[in-house]
Design a protein around this ligand. Sequence first.
Ligand code: ATP
Ligand code: MG
Length: 868
Amino acid sequence: MTERAGSGPRDRAAAFWAGPLPDALTVAGASPEGLSGQRAADLLREHGPNRVEVSGKRGWRLLLSQFTSPIILILIAATVLSMAVGDLIDGAIILAIVAASGGLGFWQEHAAGRAVDALQARVRVDADVIRDGREVSISVDETVVGDLVVLRAGDVVPADCRVVEAHRLQVDQAVLTGESFPATKSTDASPADAELTARVNALWMGTHVVSGTGRAVVMRTGRNSTFGEVTSRVATRPASTGFQRGLTRFGLLLVRIMAVLLVGIFAANLLMHRPIIDSLLFSLALAVGLTPQMLPAIVAVSLSAGARAMAAHRVIVKRLDVIEDFGAMTVLLTDKTGTLTTGTVTLTACLSVDGEPDDEVARLARINAGLQHGFPNPMDAAIMAGAQPADPAVRIAEAPYDFTRQRLSLLARDGGRPVLITKGALRTVLDVCDTARTGDRTVPLDEVRDRVLQRFTALSAEGHRVLGLAVRTMPDAVVASTADEREMTLVGLLAFHDPPRSDAAAAIRRLANTGVTVRLVTGDNRHAARHVAAAVGLAGEPLIGADLAACPDQQLPDRIATATVFAEVDPVQKERVLTALRTRGEVVGFLGDGINDAPALHAADVGISVDTAVDVAKQAAAIVLLDKDLDVLADGIQLGRRTFTNTLKYIRVNTSASFGNVVSMSVATLLLPFLPLLPRQVLLLNFLSDIPYTTLSTDHADPEQLHHPRTINVRTIRTFMLVYGSISIAADLAALAALHWWWHVPTDVFRAAWFIQFTVTEIIALMVLRTNRTFLRSRPSMALAGTGLLLIAITVALPFSPLAEPLGLAPLPGTVVATLAALTIVNVAANEFAKRISPPDPLTTERGGGHDPPHVGAGTRPGGFGTG
Ligand SMILES: Nc1ncnc2c1ncn2[C@@H]1O[C@H](COP(=O)(O)OP(=O)(O)OP(=O)(O)O)[C@@H](O)[C@H]1O
Ligand SMILES: [Mg+2]
């Protein structure tokens, strides 16, 4: 990646990885002692928060965006043109209605955005920096150029930094580079023209520390960072969630229909020698009626309402657009420790190779756990719990724990000589041992191997987590590397207890009852995995990491089809399992809290973490649970489905009544000697019928609508459109026939009557088609019913009001009112009848056999872009 020339801070910090460190510190205005709190505060005020701002238009930009759709722009231009040639009043009315519609959308979206900002502030991702000479935790947003950042495993790299100090610092850069193996960082200089991956002394915003420790100085923040640059360059990337992709396809469908109608109606009107400007405005007004221009506001409002409802259950939604995918989730893949188990690990036994309790094993374990400098973890904490005052052993060096090797080695001076003490998953410890200590003797490992494995299996099957412990004396050693983990002597086993959560089984059953299957994926061994799985009601033989590794990508989806438990997997395999499930057409949620869960959290449709998780997991997650409680997940899923169901109601009105109205008007232009409605009436109708949508997010859903995972399905929308659109059109044309050919009403009465007719069909679509039940048996929310009635009242009153004159409406005679009322009853009956044959909400879950369009975007996850 090459740096673009420019000016300002970007330019000064360009190629900050090249050249001597002191120069870089000067450019950043940093010192090895960190910034003062005052200076940092000044910088923050001057340059703004360290944020990339992926989306979220606010203020003026949001307001403007309500008017920037091409069709609205053309309409405004045409109106201004009509005003120029004389029709001032008419034009002004049109502009007023367009402004009011835009204002309504803006107000809705704005309020929704504000509410969500407040919620999201409840989950904070921290950075540790040196301020005024002391280490403090601040929000990642508050880091400024020049800050000295302290980094440990599990930390998020808050901005682009230059390394000042590194101890076996390993960083996962997959977010930027896609490479799944961690990169080693050091203070070594990099050439100015080095590739991104070759800049060993640079750290990038958005990446995270996998192991080791270090310090680094912030060189670029926010949008000046490489991550910010990449993100803004791909700002127009395709919608990321399944639901968003569905909406996009629905939008395209409408645009296509609209284009045909627009041209058709305009041409027809011209052929019938109607005034050009009027015909143009009429066609444009119809086109506006067909574009679901309230959709962004509806979606924003219902998502924010959903997020607020979830917050009441202590579930914080960080990325709003996943709410619907949350409701669509078919598989929940979960980590073991702390989610299915209580996460409070206790050390229950330190055993010799012969299976006897052994103090020496306990002592060695404490040296290993107590002197390690890697990240804090429950196993080491359990070993140290209640430990005696410090052992005389002295730390020399360490080969820190990593998730692939699954071992932790500590080199210590114990009784005068350097000893390498290694503990880890038994399987991986045995790999590096060739002898074992039994009694006072050291014997070849093979002599005891079977006995050890039997004991290990028995302990694991009882639900213990078992580690192996091995030693090797290393005279004169001053460093420890993973290569030293060889020719070791097994000295014993450590058994830990971490009981399954008592509520897990019930929570899993509840999820299963609502169509979500839970699958377990863990780094722990197969026996322990099997035990915990059985305890929480998940059956099945575990599939092992080694089996996964041997399976090529193309065969993986079939291989994992029936597996419920995955054991002995490393972080990369967690992600592979997840991706394979998505390829199968599943909508996959991933629940995890460790550094090793970050890749899978990124790759999931719905990444879920907990507030106590490491920072990187919290950052990667789209949803954060404030309590480690599986039951709230089921609640959250219900809310996601309700949000989805309500959004679908809007789409349904749009595709039946609104769409039907447009077709009816197009047909009417051919049948009538005059325009069926004036352009301003079409726009007003459109504006007024938006009013009930402002309360749609409060609506109730029927229990059966929440019972299964839901996804948007363009095919069923098309069927729906055909059936219910036709009914609506038939009703409109029946009204037309009665008004024009039977009653022979004058033009303005006709328009007033049709205006009411159209509103009524929209209300029917909203109230009748919101449920598969008979409409009287499904109660709408008070707010929705209220705004619906308000809309009818306004529409019926309009022709009798002083506004009737400028709007071109006239009062209706009683006979016409009676006809419309009768038609309405027939219309409702027809819709109810159609519901028996073709339910408006088919409640199906679309799950393709791996080739289904909803998942073609599997590779384009947020954050998953290449180096460009
Ligand atoms: N601090 C440690 N020292 C030595 N070995 C460890 C340590 N932590 C974990 N291990 C070993 O590595 C294995 C994998 O643990 P890891 O935390 O990577 O898996 P995980 O998938 O997060 O597990 P879980 O599902 O239980 O959360 C453990 O079962 C254990 O054998
Ligand atoms: Mg874990």
